[in-house]
Design a protein around this ligand. Structure first.
Ligand SMILES: [Ca+2]
Length: 334
């Protein structure tokens, strides 16, 4: 912190900005919200409330995190524009290379967790460009800033902060104050939040520590575990293009949950380009493509991808990138 800011900092401390950074200053007294949070962690999870406060005192408020999360949402891009962000020759080739470099691992994990290898690879590609962009914010700063200074989502982020503290039991490869991630606290090559780490992350290289930054076995197995845990159907379809009959009725599902038997969608006028079991649960998705409206019938596995990120555009990007990677691997022969 530049020297000229010391005076401003002193004033800021007096006006109760909670996370001061001056190295020679005492940490500021905890706020009422922090005291209440620490007491809750003690009551609900048996943590030492003084230890919780000591960790919170290391967190620094980051205005850039508040700015990032409160940026007005961009208008949702149409699929034809969204697609070009994630589907490119570079990302496809990066995925094929990543798969080839780690083929034995990825195939073993895919078989054990019963998840498509190309989808595991595509997630890593879409989330972090195969580990190139995993986030520069200190996770402790991100979660504390959002937990105590962003009322619209404080409940969610206090839950994630609480879970982060409870990961601090020796099973993570790094001390929590050293973890880096996105402005929202998502970590590693698969961008896991603390609650996802707690539920799904795996130590797959057997060193007893979970390392979602530098252990490819841990990274790949954790993503596969996430998909398995959300109900991935191995070898099941993800999505298929549909033709809309002239007399089709309007169908506007609220989300990607496959709540209609396929035959019902066909009865309403949406016919898949390749046949599937008419009883298979499905739903309908409309996308604005390069050549006008595209109709897609999506299945359980598409819904599972939306458990990673609820946008159907995200799920379609992962699906199409996975298909391209799979085709590239198969096309090149063994
Ligand atoms: Ca490990």
């Amino acid at each position: 912190m530049p020297v000229f800011s010391r005076v401003i900092l002193a004033v800021a401390v007096l006006s109760a900005v909670p996370y001061a950074a001056a190295q020679d200053a005492q940490p500021p007294a905890p706020t009422a919200a922090e005291l209440a949070f620490a007491a809750e962690q003690a009551r609900d999870y048996g943590l030492d409330s003084d230890a919780v406060l000591a960790i919170l005192a290391k967190a620094e408020y980051q205005q850039s995190i508040i700015d990032a999360i409160s940026r007005p949402a961009e208008a949702v891009k149409p699929w034809k524009d969204y697609r070009t962000i994630f589907i490119s020759d570079l990302r496809r080739d990066g995925g094929i290379a990543f798969y080839r470099d780690n083929q034995e691992l990825i195939d073993a994990v895919a078989a054990e967790f019963q998840v498509a290898p190309s989808v595991i690879v595509a997630i890593i590609g879409v989330e972090t460009s195969y580990g190139k962009i995993t986030g520069k914010y200190r996770v402790l700063d991100a979660l504390a800033t959002l937990a105590f200074h962003y009322p619209p989502r404080e409940k969610f982020f206090r839950g994630e902060l609480s879970q982060l503290l409870r990961l601090n039991d020796g099973h993570l490869a790094y001390p929590i104050e050293e973890l880096r991630g996105s402005y929202a606290g998502a970590m590693g090559w698969g961008q896991f939040m603390p609650t996802s780490i707690a539920k799904f992350a795996r130590d797959y290289d057997g060193d007893t520590r979970i390392d979602l930054w530098n252990s490819r076995p841990d990274i790949v197995a954790s993503i596969a575990s996430y998909f398995q845990g959300h109900g991935w159907e191995q070898n099941g379809p993800v999505a298929v293009r549909a033709q809309r009959r002239e007399d089709a009725r309007e169908v506007t599902p609220a989300n990607s949950e496959p709540v209609y038997p396929l035959e019902q969608l066909i009865g309403w006028g949406y016919v898949p380009e390749t046949p599937f079991d008419p009883q298979r649960p499905a739903t309908l998705l409309k996308l604005e493509g390069e050549e006008g409206t595209e109709y897609w019938i999506t299945f359980q596995n598409f819904y599972v991808i939306t458990r990673y990120n609820r946008s159907p555009l995200y799920a379609m990007a992962v699906n199409q990138l996975a298909d391209q990677i799979a085709a590239g691997i198969e096309g090149a022969g063994p």
